[in-house]
Design a protein around this ligand. Structure first.
Ligand code: F6P
Length: 427
């Protein structure tokens, strides 16, 4: 992973090179803290050890028992987004679907759209208690039973040491993969949580983990020596100067889900104590024609993170004598996308808007391994500099209790508060 922070300097938010030099001592201290946390496999920091600690063999074995047309992953948040990022970017030959919402029509349509007799189900929940995941799995199980399909023959469970899912796996003797200790969901893509789906979809797990390991080897006591820390420190320094939003804009359709994965990582890790940086998902070149106006001429409150593979398969643009289009003929879509990327980057800089370029060689296992690991390490560093507890997400519990109470799942004050909603309806 290559990170270019040049366009983050001397823009509207006034971040200067000298500010990064001054911040670098704190990056060194933060790196020591992170390395200590890794050495002791502390909660959260243990995620940064996955390139060494994750054994792909049992995952491959669990996947090798199946040759499905469809893979249905039932999980939400970190229990879906990592796997989806991997199979969207790298998968082939298997139709990978993610039931990561409880929209009844959509769940129904998804189940009607796959041949359940040739579908493998991976139900994934670290806690084993998430209502959306458990409910969806009960619906999937019933659909398989109704279709005369033995769900116990086609279900693999990925979960923690205890909880409903672990109990069900034990009861029905289902193949089960353990969620690694000390790895929060949003940091678990490079573990059993993300890698089962990747393995079923033909991804080379060794190459993926090797890419992540290479990025781990680049972690160092200075932001000027570590691409991941350069990104994390720059995003933090800009946030301190008013960049409340981080618009992540990959220039590859295969990386659209990566932006969704990044949004959970950044929001759930750093959104604490009234601080944090709001991730906004965009896609290049598409959102040049929807969001860029705001990024260039709206409030100067953003970092724009431009992500791209340097190399990819290309498609020639046929010669044309259509008026005003001949300049395109004979070039290629890849050349056009490259020009759009560089032009957008320059247009932001010309408007004084801070942006950072993140490049991988190509969308392959090594590139994606580097990118995911790099973003995780960047997030951990940002959290250290901001002094927040990066690996918890206490604020999500209120809503879970309220929903559970509303459904009769116990007495929760939060559920009572729902009925106290202020009303001002306009019809
Ligand atoms: O894997 P689980 O325990 O089902 O949790 C799913 C997701 O829900 C959260 O706990 C937030 O509610 C995320 O942190 C997590 O990735």
């Amino acid at each position: 992973m290559n990170v270019d922070i040049g366009n983050a300097l001397d823009g509207d938010l006034g971040l200067a090179r000298a500010d990064l030099d001054a911040l670098d001592d704190r990056v060194g201290d933060a790196h020591e803290r992170i390395e200590r946390g890794r050495a002791e496999a502390e909660h959260g920091y243990a995620a940064l050890n996955l390139p060494e600690t994750c054994d792909p063999e049992p995952i491959r074995r669990a996947a090798s028992g199946f040759d499905p047309d469809h893979l249905l992953t039932v999980g939400i948040g970190g229990s879906a987004l990592g796997a989806a990022t991997l199979t969207d970017a790298l998968g082939s030959g298997v139709d990978c679907r993610y039931l990561d919402n409880v929209d009844p029509a959509w769940v129904r349509a998804t189940l009607d759209d796959v041949a359940l007799s040739n579908t493998v189900v991976n139900v994934v929940s670290r806690s084993g208690t998430t209502a959306e995941t458990l409910s969806n799995f009960l619906v999937v199980r019933r659909a398989m039973e109704s279709a005369g399909v033995d769900w116990t023959e086609r279900t693999v469970v990925t979960t923690g040491g205890e909880g409903n899912l672990r109990a069900m796996a034990d009861e029905h003797d289902l193949p089960a993969l353990d969620v690694p200790e000390g790895v929060p969901g949003r940091f678990s893509a490079l573990s059993t949580v993300g890698l089962f789906a990747a393995a079923v979809a033909g991804v080379d797990l060794d190459e993926l983990l090797a890419g992540a390991a290479a990025e781990a080897d680049r972690l160092a006591g200075s932001l000027f020596e570590s691409p991941a820390y350069a990104y994390g420190a720059t995003a933090y320094a800009l946030a301190e100067r008013g960049a409340a939003t981080n618009a992540v804009m990959p220039y590859a359709e295969s990386l659209e889900r990566f932006a969704e994965w990044f949004a959970q990582l950044w929001a759930e890790s750093l959104g604490k104590d009234g601080g944090g940086q709001t991730p906004a998902r965009a896609l290049g070149a598409t959102d040049q024609h929807s969001q860029l106006q705001l990024y260039r001429a709206g409030p100067a409150d953003k970092l724009v993170t431009l992500v791209r593979p340097r190399g990819s398969a290309d498609t020639p643009i046929p010669e044309t004598d259509l008026e005003g289009l001949s300049y395109l003929g004979g070039s290629s879509l890849g050349e056009l996308l490259d020009a759009e990327f560089r032009a957008t980057e320059a247009s932001l800089a010309a408007a004084g808007r801070e942006n950072v370029r993140i490049e991988i060689d190509r969308v392959d296992e090594r590139g994606i391994g580097e990118l995911l690991y790099g973003m995780e390490a960047a997030c951990v560093l940002y959290g250290e500099l901001a002094g927040v507890s990066t690996f918890t997400q206490p604020a999500v519990e209120w809503g879970k209790k309220a929903a559970r109470g509303l459904l009769g799942g116990g007495d929760f004050a939060e559920a009572d508060a729902v009925s106290e909603k202020r009303r001002l309806e306009v019809e």
